[in-house]
Design a binder for this molecule. Structure first.
Ligand code: FPP
Length: 240
């Protein structure tokens, strides 16, 4: 069965999970964090080499201050408490987004975690934190101009090298939990040919079994990358 080499996840539905239980939103984010631990273990178990998670977007700064601070605290807590296990599992941590805009102490923790795990190769976990797809493209263009790149030198491969995800293969499958049918500024360049899997399951409930279902769905897809399918008669006009 075809297996995705890179899965990216929009971990949506923490707030609704909490609201259904009469709990504050941060309780939903904590349950989502617990679930993230399970999904990372499952990804290692299923032999997925790249996992990217959308944890804090450039737009999430617009949420109430206590939620923003709570999320920053959760990230700090995860690094403090989970780094040893992640390292033992062979997880390499990578951050994508604007690290420089995070509080200094948190930024240093993230940098240290990446340094400690840099030689691990079982699973590369890209944490999109203070990440926005459009912002990533703006950042890439700024750096290309700073580097004096000439118009004729610009091509798709070069742009990819200037993105936060440089060196990471494009996602094969993007999972969005909680049923929303939106890209939400996530990996907008890299998602060009990703297969989407949208499930009504809220993120804190998206466990190993749900990930396995997504993998089965992916295994049945035929990826054509704009070409015709292997068995097509040559009369298709489908551009996908
Ligand atoms: C979306 O649900 C979720 C988020 C904006 C935060 C996701 C963050 C975590 C799970 C924290 C763990 C991550 C790391 C890397 C430590 P929502 O709040 O928009 O849900 P709603 O749409 O139901 O309100």
């Amino acid at each position: 069965m075809n297996k995705p080499g890179h899965i990216a996840i929009i971990m949506d539905g923490n707030g609704r999970w909490a609201a259904k239980r009469g709990l504050p939103r941060l309780a939903g984010h904590r349950a989502g964090t617990e679930n993230l631990r399970r999904v990372i273990r499952a990804a290692v178990k299923f032999g997925i080499p790249y996992l990217t998670i959308y944890a804090f977007s450039t737009e999430n700064w617009g949420r109430p201050t206590d939620e923003v601070q709570g999320l920053m605290h959760i990230l700090e807590d995860v690094i403090d408490k989970e780094l040893t296990e992640l390292h033992e599992q062979g997880v390499r941590l990578r951050h994508i987004g604007r690290l420089e805009q995070l509080p200094g102490a948190l930024r240093e923790k993230v940098e240290r975690a990446m340094e400690i795990t840099r030689d691990n190769s079982r699973l590369t976990l890209c944490i999109a934190w203070n990440y926005g797809g459009r912002d990533e493209i703006v950042h890439a263009i700024q750096h290309m101009l700073q580097d004096g790149i000439q118009p004729a030198e610009v091509n798709e491969a070069l742009i990819s090298q200037y993105l936060f995800t440089a060196g990471v293969p494009d996602p094969d499958m993007i999972i969005r939990t909680s049923g929303e049918m939106r890209i939400s500024n996530f990996l907008i360049w890299q998602a060009a040919y990703a297969e989407w899997y949208v499930t009504p399951v809220l993120w804190p409930d998206f466990d190993e079994e749900e990930l396995a279902k997504a993998l089965v769905s992916y295994g049945k897809r035929e990826r054509r990358f704009g070409r015709l399918s292997d068995c097509a008669e040559g009369n298709s006009t489908d551009a996908a």
